[in-house]
Ligand binder design. Structure first.
Ligand SMILES: [Zn+2]
Length: 112
């Protein structure tokens, strides 16, 4: 897949790692601290620049905070994801993390 310069998504999303409260596993936007609804998770496509192997075609659990100039896509750490998700190494906003990829997809890509 090639991303053209006119792709309207280019400046509309900012990829971050969700902050997790150790006490109750609640999830917050790392930029504004807003509590994000864990029932409202999404599985956006993971941009190749955050993966150690950028050729992988993956989606991962994430929450979207729409309070910002661009949508903040906060990936959920695999440590709090359900068992049906597999941790995959990524670098999100200069932080090493394991993001939560659906197990069948991870298997298909040879990661699980
Ligand atoms: Zn926010």
């Amino acid at each position: 897949m090639t991303i053209s310069e006119s792709d309207p998504r280019l400046d509309r999303e900012l990829y971050q790692l969700a902050e997790v409260d150790d006490r109750d596993d609640s999830v917050r936007c790392p930029l504004c601290g807003r509590r994000l609804d864990r029932e409202a998770f999404r599985t956006p496509k993971v941009p190749p620049e955050v993966l150690s192997d950028g050729s992988l075609d993956l989606v991962a659990r994430a929450y979207v905070c729409a309070r910002h100039r661009v949508d903040v896509v906060a990936f959920e750490p695999a440590s709090i994801a359900p068992d049906t998700f597999v941790g995959v190494d990524a670098v999100v906003d200069d932080q090493e993390a394991r993001i939560a990829v659906p197990e069948p997809l991870a298997e298909r890509e040879g990661l699980a």
